[in-house]
Design a protein around this ligand. Structure first.
Ligand SMILES: [Zn+2]
Length: 358
């Protein structure tokens, strides 16, 4: 997702914050300020940091449960609607997805129970079902976590309730139909919520509805792509008619290659035919403007490019291509010979053809 920034890295998972989440922090502090001056603004901001911690704990409930089933979580992103842990893949067994989806709310429930116990031990009679600034700080935190828990159980992507629903549907109807039904329900709820938010007017609700709509869409698309490519391997997905560029070629020579055809990314080969890196159009343009046309491809190319084997499966290859943030990856066989080029454009074309053929 764009407009998000990595702020930390915990146990192999990047913690990212979306700019809209920061807007909420500012908005909350502003409300505190307008009601009680700088002290209230500070208290509001602190409360939000505590909430931030609770959301992270919730997400790590998902992450640790996913890890139990061998699913890694490359990143978790904090949105105004809470956190979204981006799992590397959906587990094949619906029961596993169900448990992963429930682990987050279970952590939130645990936080609520612990905070309640602390409050009661301290002799507080605070009312936690109503969020109010008159309540002690811990009671407010309980209220917010209660909202978080209930909100997450709404049966719509990307909330946990949506995943629970999908897992339940998928165990009977299969992953594709289960996802479609859950996504449609999520989008309908988002539209209704959005319309309600506009008429109230309640800008936060509109923002939340917007993210829910996008989340449902993305989830459905992910699953459809995955199923469309099922059974494919890289050798069937790769471009085999392509040109390469020698590592000692000048950027001028590379420009000729770029302009003479449709190809945008060129594998760079050394004198022995080994893949040294990849020269993307961006590499070429930047190299031209910074180092001039007579500098070599070696100086401008991207190095340390991961390669893929022709026998690699569809989803893994797609994940590796996306993770590389490169437009293309070289396909190299067991003997180390470059045999193809894996590009997103070509994969898209292939999936369109496969769908058209049914
Ligand atoms: Zn969750």
């Amino acid at each position: 997702m764009r407009w998000s920034y990595t702020i930390a890295r915990i146990a192999g998972t990047e913690i990212k914050v979306h700019v809209t989440f920061l807007l909420i922090v500012g908005w909350w502090a502003f409300i505190g300020y307008s009601q009680g001056g700088p002290t209230a603004a500070l208290t509001s901001a602190l409360a939000l940091f505590a909430l931030f911690g609770c959301i992270l704990l919730h997400e790590f409930g998902h992450i640790l449960m996913a890890r139990r089933y061998g699913v890694r979580t490359p990143d978790v992103i904090l949105l105004p609607i809470g956190g979204v842990a981006r799992l590397e893949r959906i587990p094949d067994v619906p029961r596993q997805e169900l448990l992963i989806a429930l682990a987050g709310p279970a952590v939130t429930l645990g936080i609520i129970l612990i905070l309640l116990a602390v409050l009661r031990l301290a002799g507080s009679q605070a009312e936690v079902t109503q969020l109010s600034e008159q309540q002690p700080f811990l009671a407010q935190l309980v209220s917010v976590n209660l909202y978080l828990l209930l909100f997450n159980l709404i049966p719509a992507f990307p909330m946990d309730g949506g995943r629970v629903l999908r897992a339940l549907l998928a165990s009977r109807l299969g992953l594709l139909r289960g996802t479609r039904i859950a996504a449609t329900l999520g989008q309908s709820l988002a539209v209704l919520g959005g319309l309600y938010g506009i008429t109230r007017p309640e800008p936060l609700l509109v923002l939340v509805a917007f993210f829910v709509f996008l989340g449902a869409n993305a989830e459905a698309a992910t699953v459809e792509t995955r199923l469309a490519g099922q059974g494919l391997q890289v050798s069937q997905m790769m471009v085999t008619d392509f040109r390469t560029v020698p590592v000692h070629a000048t950027l001028n020579q590379a420009v000729e290659l770029l302009l003479s055809g449709e190809q945008r990314e060129f594998p760079v080969l050394d004198n022995y035919g080994r893949t040294e890196g990849i020269l993307t159009r961006d590499n070429l343009i930047r190299g031209l403007s910074q180092m001039g046309p007579n500098s070599t491809v070696a100086e401008a190319m991207t190095t340390g490019v991961p390669t893929v084997q022709p026998t690699l499966g569809f989803q893994e290859a797609l994940d590796r291509l996306r993770a590389s943030r490169l437009p293309a990856l070289p396909v190299v066989d067991v003997a180390g010979v470059l045999v193809g080029l894996l590009t997103l454009d070509n994969i898209t074309d292939l999936l369109l053809v496969r769908r058209a053929r049914g």
